[in-house]
Design a protein around this ligand. Sequence first.
Ligand code: CAO
Length: 556
Amino acid sequence: MAKETVKIPDLGGGEVDVIEVCVKVGDVIAKEDSLVVVESDKASMEIPSPQAGKVLSISIKDGSTVSEGDVILELEVEAGAAVDSTEAQSAEKAEARETSELEPSESEAAAKAEPVSAKNEKSASAGLKRETIEVPDIGGDGQVEVIEVCITEGDEISEGDSLVVLESDKASMEIPSPHSGKILSVAIKVGDSAKQGSIIAEIEYQSSAEQLEVEKTVAVAPEKAAQTAEKSVIPAASPAPVLSKSEPTAPTVVSHADVYAGPAVRKLAREFGLELEQVTGTGPRGRILKEDLQKFVKDLATGKSAGAASGAGIPAIPDIDYSQFGEIDVQATSKLAKLTAANMHRSWLNLPHVTQFDDVDISDLEDFRASVKKESEQHGVKLTPLPFLLKAAALALRTYPKFNASLSADGETMIFKKYINIGIAVDTPAGLVVPVIRDVDKKSLWELAAESAELAQKAKQRKLKPADMQGGCFTISSLGSIGGTGFTPIINAPEVAIMGVSKLAVKPHWNGSEFVPRKMLPVSLSYDHRAINGVDAGQFFTYMGELLADIRRLLL
Ligand code: CAO
């Protein structure tokens, strides 16, 4: 047995932040297992182990800043292996030195940046800009293999979304998008060999005044362009976890790059033929770990996983060739839709749903709404029934805390939340998303109207950040502006209840002596019967109905 010191390799210069240490002292690891995930201003990278062995000590921790040559850990390895590895390391160092001598000169780099600035100049007046995104300096000999391309032509993506995953001999890294925008073309494919400067894609994005300023500098001072353009092209990488253990966002869907997993895990998933969207990550910030994947596969095999359509003992739906019956158009399911489907399926299979229905008399609420129409215009917000529903739900959640709770995954505890955050289901061309309004109980109707309109707008423009869709306690899904007399919404697990709202209808109502026309709002409430009993639901719903029927009660 021998000791081997594993150090931070050359990752393109500069300092990097340690965002995850994937091993602990005593772990027995295999060659290529991830040791640490680091994040630079250009990309997030996973550093694999050069050898199999046992971790003797770890010299870095989450949150620390490291640079090339810093010791990551010490491994106990087979004697022969240690010699090989040391040789490999010196070879790498030699290679790195060679590379630094061969690094492009500033003028070359500036020349490289010119087309970008030229394109930007051209369309600056329109506010829409085009930019060619290139592989940044990735250290070592610079040759990397493209192991995953996360975008396709026409994709609308957000800043920070992963574009490609690259793998060198030293690390795997995800390259994030520097802008939110539309992918015009993709110049790279899986299996390609890339290096610094290789074109990844061309993006069209809405430029801000600040960006225009940067690009003006690029055009005026080309010798500084390399740095400036690189900074503008490759922003701080910020892995965006969506599925965290504590708060998986059931019907919440965001962009296609929402799966937070390192390249090694992605590779393993590809080998298994698995969609990572279906796997719940238990690592820091919801990162999907190798163990999560192993558990998912085990659950699939034993029929425990919600993702196992047929593995759970449910007969699989047959695959039919529909073209035998007539003309068809086959379209790929977007990752967004797949994520929603997986979340819906998981919730539907895991939670015993019960739905109850009611008609709430909101005639007075409607009169009040009509009476403040002018004021509403002055406020610049539309006061639809939704803010009233949010307010009533917030009061009901406070009065009946069982609805403002979540069951722990093992069912051993119930977590009661002291905050009241409510999600609203928003239909967008890209799919269903559930942005969350925080502290609903503390906000005025005007504030709730403005915030729900703003979030719905952001959702439709795909500008929601993962944080905008996390932390919900309860969800309202309103189809009121569309129609229908009632529906059974699927609970946004791990929340325990969801309210569905259908279209208001004028109905005859018996007031004790005669039928009078009243404006009745059809509402439904689906609840998790493990956490909530029928009586609780009846009380909750009746209380909400009372609040909406007489909105003065919202003040009590
Ligand atoms: N009954 C009758 N009319 C209603 C209503 C109801 N229950 N709810 C809203 N309306 C009216 C509004 O008053 C508004 O009328 P005016 O244009 O005359 O003022 C109109 O319908 C449109 O409302 P809206 O949709 O702009 O606003 P909202 O506050 O009701 O809804 C939001 C906001 C975000 C929920 C909505 O934009 C949306 O995305 N709806 C789709 C919801 C959805 O997809 N749910 C998922 C179902 S689960 O799979």
